[in-house]
Design a protein around this ligand. Sequence first.
Ligand SMILES: *Cc1c(COP(=O)(O)O)cnc(C)c1O
Length: 232
Amino acid sequence: MSICQNLQQIKHRIQTIENQLPNKQTHVKLLAVSKTKPVSAILEAHQAGQLAFGENYVQEGVEKIQHFQQQGITLEWHFIGALQSNKTRLVAEHFDWVQTVERTKIADRLNEQRPYYQSPLNVLIQINVSDEQSKSGIQAKDMLALAEHITHLPNLKLRGLMAIPAPTKNPEEQKQAFQTMQNLFIQLQQALPSQQIDTLSMGMTDDMQMAIECGSTMVRIGTAIFGAREYV
Ligand SMILES: *Cc1c(COP(=O)(O)O)cnc(C)c1O
């Protein structure tokens, strides 16, 4: 199947899941995860109407962003990979969103390095919901302190939370991780009522349905749109 057909199918799946939710007001945004995929694949997705793309590697992402800028094509770029402090400048200068903020030091650097002529960088705090499995993301108990810190940084705009739960075949375990995220998201909204906390980024190709059922507002889909990735 083509990228265009894959996109249509995934949008249809999202719509079907949304329609079965008790609260039908939700609208789940689709982020196309294009890491390791060529600009020709991104162009194909764009021509099929896709506007938001996620990249995991700074250098690769910046090259793609510059490519489309030179073509006069405006896309929305999300950084979704692990972010080291020596790479923050490129991210602050080129991306529209960073979904993986987990330390005040990284937030401070992004704030300092965001060019004054650009709109504030949209930020999600990455939460480590499945503990030992992965080292990325902060513990839930540290969420509010980091969130409050970010609200004082004028060149960043806190939009919500992101998580990558450890893969599991146990649906109960999966559900529990997503429900924990949903609760944290509500807690964050209640703690910061003056902020535009509207984004809960969770759900990938294999766990999209459960994520949406648990209140995801943004799914990050790679494989189901672009096919399997080849790593060198
Ligand atoms: C690669 C990646 C995705 C997409 O995963 P698929 O299983 O290919 O849909 C989503 N989120 C993050 C953070 C990723 O690194």
